[in-house]
Design a protein around this ligand. Structure first.
Ligand code: FAD
Length: 395
């Protein structure tokens, strides 16, 4: 009987296992992950878990009923492709088909790893440890004004901490959005009573202080480092699975890797986007979910439809729902729908008159409608689309 082994038990791994069973895989199925917990969801960690509204985000999936052999606390160390063996810290595991779903790890600051009071936020254990430090009146310094930094600042401020966010880039969300849009979130920090220091690279982090490159010393009861995540693919070195320059697994349009019998998906993989004409690594939840379905379909001999999603993610920060779909570097211009001072607003990125991306703040309907337009890649009427009072639709 063929055996599928899924390495990495996050949303991508868990959903691959569930989809395989749902669509008829009757062979042996093993899901292994290095965390000591059953598979759980990460997005609530920086939201409800930090806020104290939830302690567990474990998926509501019955592994025994699904006949999935779940091996928690099991770390993959390397892959021996010729023998079809994944070597783990609990011994070798044979596979016929392997799915690499090891996600990403939070990038630490050089020299700050293991320093007391310095936190990363990737796992539920990270979130619970950080939550314990977010006491009213605590001085919290957050390094990085990305998605994680903004959400952590939201939670910490709401819990009564004194929060400072330091960002090396000129505006918040520097990696994700053009500066002219990132700039618009400055007021959100201010209104929440969060001090935001941009253009402020960190020189050094100590147990109770952050030194900025300009000489400023920020005293801190807790430091949170949110400067990005990199693919957790070290275990694939020398395996025959090719990685790209950023360490992501190079997958093809069906999420197959360069090594026979191995697929990859989610935060650890890059794929060729036919839609946007470039290779994408998407470190967002929706990409892991849809990648899981593609991999399961391909393993079951599916229809060969390429994996070519419109990337989507959301972030909840400072009381706002921020949603993004598409890939804006493919655009040649920006179209406003509403104005930044409105309660909610949307920007659309167009290539010609065809929408390729959008960012919606408290405009979930725009997101839903716009995402469909991006999917279909049909032109819209820019004048009509600029009117926030009318639905977003094709020309
Ligand atoms: P992961 O969820 O990272 O799962 C991979 C698993 O593999 C982990 O459990 C890891 O420990 C394990 N692993 C790694 N290496 C090994 C190994 N060698 N052996 C065995 N196991 C291994 N996305 C959004 O779209 N919206 C949000 O609001 C949002 N909020 C987020 C908030 C936080 C705090 C975080 C951390 C992420 C958030 N994300 C959000 C991103 C989203 O959670 C990820 O894109 C998603 O979890 C990726 O799923 P994955 O299965 O690819 O990887």
């Amino acid at each position: 009987d063929d055996r599928i082994v899924i390495v990495g038990a996050g949303v991508g791994g868990a959903q691959t296992a569930a989809a395989l069973r749902e669509h008829g895989w009757t062979g042996r199925l093993t899901l292994l992950g290095d965390e000591p917990h059953p598979p759980y969801d990460r997005p609530p960690l920086s939201k409800d878990v930090l806020a104290g509204k939830a302690d567990s985000t474990v998926f509501d999936l019955d592994w025994a009923a699904l006949d999935v052999e779940l091996l928690t606390g099991r770390r993959a160390l390397r892959l021996e492709g010729a023998e079809r063996i994944v070597v783990t810290d609990g011994g070798p595991v044979h596979y016929d088909h392997l799915v690499a779903a090891t996600g990403a790890s939070a990038v630490p600051l050089p020299g700050a790893l293991g320093v007391p009071g310095v936190h990363l936020l990737r796992t539920v254990d990270d979130a619970l440890a950080l939550r314990a430090a977010l006491r009213p009146g605590a001085r919290v310094v957050i390094v990085g004004a990305g998605w994680i930094g903004a959400e952590t600042a939201t939670a910490a401020a709401a819990l009564g901490c004194g929060v400072t966010v330091v960002e090396a880039g000129p505006e918040p969300l520097p990696g994700a959005l053009p500066a002219e849009l990132g700039r618009l979130t400055r007021d959100w920090y201010a209104a929440a009573g969060v001090e935001l220091r941009t253009g402020s690279p960190v020189a050094e982090v100590e147990a109770a202080a952050v030194h900025l490159a300009d000489g400023t010393l920020l005293e801190a009861d807790a430091v949170v480092v949110g400067v990005g995540a990199r693919p957790a693919t070290g275990w694939l070195g020398d395996s025959g699975v090719t990685l790209d320059d950023h360490g992501a697994v190079l997958a093809d349009a069906r999420l197959r890797t360069t090594l026979s019998g191995v697929h990859a998906l989610g935060d650890c993989a890059s794929f060729p986007s036919g839609r946007f004409g470039t290779r994408l690594t998407v470190q967002h939840w929706d990409n892991a979910l849809h990648g899981a379905r593609t991999v399961a379909a391909d393993l079951l001999g599916g229809d060969g439809a390429p994996y070519d999603p419109v990337p989507y993610f959301w972030s909840e920060q400072f009381g706002r729902m921020v949603q993004y779909a598409g890939h804006h570097p493919a655009a040649d211009r920006l179209l406003w729908r509403g104005a930044p001072e409105d309660a909610g607003w949307t920007v659309l990125w167009l290539r010609g008159d065809v929408p390729v991306a959008l960012l919606a703040v408290d405009r979930p309907r725009d997101l839903a409608q716009g995402r469909r337009l991006i999917e279909r890649a049909t032109p819209l009427d820019p004048a009509a689309a600029a009117d926030p009072g009318t639905p977003l639709k094709s020309a």
